[in-house]
Design a protein around this ligand. Sequence first.
Ligand SMILES: Nc1ncnc2c1ncn2[C@@H]1O[C@H](COP(=O)(O)OP(=O)(O)OP(=O)(O)O)[C@@H](O)[C@H]1O
Length: 231
Amino acid sequence: MNNNDTKNLIIRLFNVSKKFGGVLALKDITLDIKKGEFVFISGPSGAGKSTLLKILCLAEKASEGQILIDGMNLSRISSSKLPFFRRRFGMVFQDFKLIPNRTVYENVALVLEAAGEKSSYIKKKVMQVLRTTGMEKKFKAFPPTLSGGEQQRVAVARAVVGEPSIILADEPTGSLDSKSAQIIFDFLMEYHKKGSTVLIVSHNLNLLDSTIKGRNIEISEGTIKRTATML
Ligand SMILES: Nc1ncnc2c1ncn2[C@@H]1O[C@H](COP(=O)(O)OP(=O)(O)OP(=O)(O)O)[C@@H](O)[C@H]1O
């Protein structure tokens, strides 16, 4: 691979493994992802899909191997630079991780407040994203009063509000009916078309717009079993 090829890579994993006690969740993963790629991660339950997304945004630490994000070695990021590093990522966790005693609006606004954005911009941007995810009428609600699907839509809104360069979404449509799932997928595809790199753990390949030339990475027992380009 020459210098120009590596410049286009936003995520690089070299022989990455992750152990949880005696469980080897990821085994010797080597993987390159290009800037602006749309990647589907599929595989059976317990395969290591969530673990892969979590080690990329440092929600979990890899046990072995090297990870480069935009050329930065994750193991060398100092704790003072971590918040800046994390801003590159928008993450939709499988269990949403919304703050229960903050409203829908506050959960989403927090990302922009932490980034030091002006309050007028925050108000406009948060309401715009909530409108697109169909949650604007519930902006004053607290997460525990929402349905699973509504919480999922707030989690997606929070992931994209900061316009991150990388969106990691773990089953972002798992709690949604097919119409709402399509809206969320279209929404994520819009960000991809604007240039974001998107990694989605999902089985709903059929929701993908036919104009997207994505890649499907199949994981099983912690290793990459198959990589296929979707045409
Ligand atoms: N925090 C943890 N502590 C202990 N074991 C864990 C932890 N997180 C994941 N594991 C284990 O690592 C393996 C991979 O889990 P992971 O959640 O990545 O799988 P997955 O492919 O995302 O599964 P699913 O489709 O069911 O969400 C599983 O055996 C799981 O039990």
